[in-house]
Design a protein around this ligand. Structure first.
Ligand SMILES: NC(=O)c1ccc[n+]([C@@H]2O[C@H](COP(=O)([O-])OP(=O)(O)OC[C@H]3O[C@@H](n4cnc5c(N)ncnc54)[C@H](O)[C@@H]3O)[C@@H](O)[C@H]2O)c1
Length: 350
């Protein structure tokens, strides 16, 4: 039984607290909250959990072996560093930190102390994303041409980070996981309409090895709630819509070239001298397991501590996401210049 402490229980923290509290192998001994209102909220719902206002209490208690950080992004590095320095495992909400150098400092310390450092890339524990990964790896979709994600809604507007750092960690973590690689170059466009210097909407284009292209559109200033990833392969295409009943739809659609034996060219193509055959077959809605991704994520943290093995969303995943966001931030700052990752991170991960 692992005794945990959770730091921060604002908008997202209650979801983590509920899931960690429900795990058979763990219990949340402390919640640390600076806000009195949020402390009262936890006290009412979790009477077995001690609610404190300062982190000192958790570092004084030797029973606490792991800490969950669910505070705003700018505080992640300091709280994760303090936790690792105290000899405890740490789960940090996304993004893992605000720069690659911060991630490297945390990763080096975790490795030295043999502690688990995990980031809350929730979608890597989502059954739809896992199914999509299997489809890609089995070759069923053919060669992956490109993919794009839309993560839009009216709100929640933040003032500590822009829409890129708030929303895009999800999409970049999904892209990197599905493709099994990280972007090599990034171009980003974005605008601050509501608060000076804080982009409400960002469009980013990411180049991956092998001519795979990805783009993302994130916004908290949009009329509709959209959480969608579309992936186009040479054999099949897939739409993952997280707010739809049919979350994953696999389309047996494509354009074949060279022409399969026996296929007839449409007349207009024969006339134009083109050699492409359109294929439009069935669509398929796979049955996905009914699991809560956050529960799986919480379980993965406890398992990683028990086994000592790196979790799926460990330091590599966290670093690659932060690197892409840092490159996108530089592109935003420099008038949407194309930023190559090797230009700002000449050295590979230590
Ligand atoms: N995985 C997801 O889908 C998802 C969704 C939303 C937010 N998040 C992440 O969760 C984290 C928190 O976001 P949020 O929306 O809950 O923010 P929030 O501002 O609503 O809540 C943060 C809470 O932390 C408390 N806090 C801040 N500093 C503290 C400290 N030093 N000690 C103790 N308490 C402290 C604040 O009082 C507040 O209640 C962010 O990293 C965000 O990116 C993840």
């Amino acid at each position: 039984m692992i005794a945990l402490a959770q730091i921060g229980c604002g908008y997202w923290g209650p979801n983590l607290l509920r899931n960690f509290s429900a795990l058979p192998g763990a219990w949340v001994k402390y919640v640390v909250e600076t806000s009195e209102t949020r402390r009262r909220y936890v006290e009412t719902l979790y009477p077995a959990t001690q609610v404190v206002s300062s982190i000192d209490a958790i570092y004084r208690d030797p029973e606490v072996t792991a800490v969950v950080v669910a505070t705003p992004a700018q505080t992640h590095f300091t709280l994760a560093l303090q936790t690792l320095q105290s000899g405890r495992h740490v789960f940090v909400e996304k993004p893992l930190a605000m720069s690659v150098s911060e991630v490297d400092t945390l990763a080096a310390l975790a490795a030295k102390q043999r502690l688990t450092l995990m980031v809350g890339h929730t979608f890597l524990y989502n059954p739809a994303v896992l199914f999509l990964k299997q489809l890609i790896d089995s070759g069923e979709l053919g060669r992956i041409y490109y993919l794009y994600a839309q993560r839009l809604n009216l709100g929640v507007v933040r003032s500590d980070v822009n829409a890129l750092w708030n929303l895009a960690p999800h999409d970049v973590s999904i892209f990197n996981f599905l493709l099994g690689s990280a972007p090599t170059a990034v171009v980003a466009h974005g605008t601050d309409y509501l608060q000076k210097g804080i982009e409400d909407v960002v469009f980013a284009h990411l180049e991956y090895p092998g001519q795979v292209r990805a783009s993302l559109h994130v916004s908290w200033l949009d009329p509709n709630k959209v959480r969608k990833v579309t992936l186009v392969g040479s054999r099949k295409m897939v739409v993952y819509d997280d707010v739809a009943d049919d979350k994953l739809v696999v389309y047996d659609k494509g354009i074949d070239s060279p022409i399969p034996p026996g296929a007839e060219l449409p007349f207009d193509q024969t006339a134009a001298g083109m050699k492409l055959v359109y294929r439009s077959g069935d669509s398929h809605v796979p049955k996905l397991p009914a699991v809560e991704p956050l529960r799986e994520e919480a379980r993965a943290f406890v398992e990683a501590i028990a086994t000592g093995l790196p979790p799926r969303s460990g330091t590599e995943s966290g670093r690659n996401v932060v690197a892409a966001l840092q490159a996108a931030s530089l592109s935003l700052k420099e008038n949407s210049r194309r930023v190559q990752l090797t230009e700002i991170f000449p050295k590979p991960a230590p």
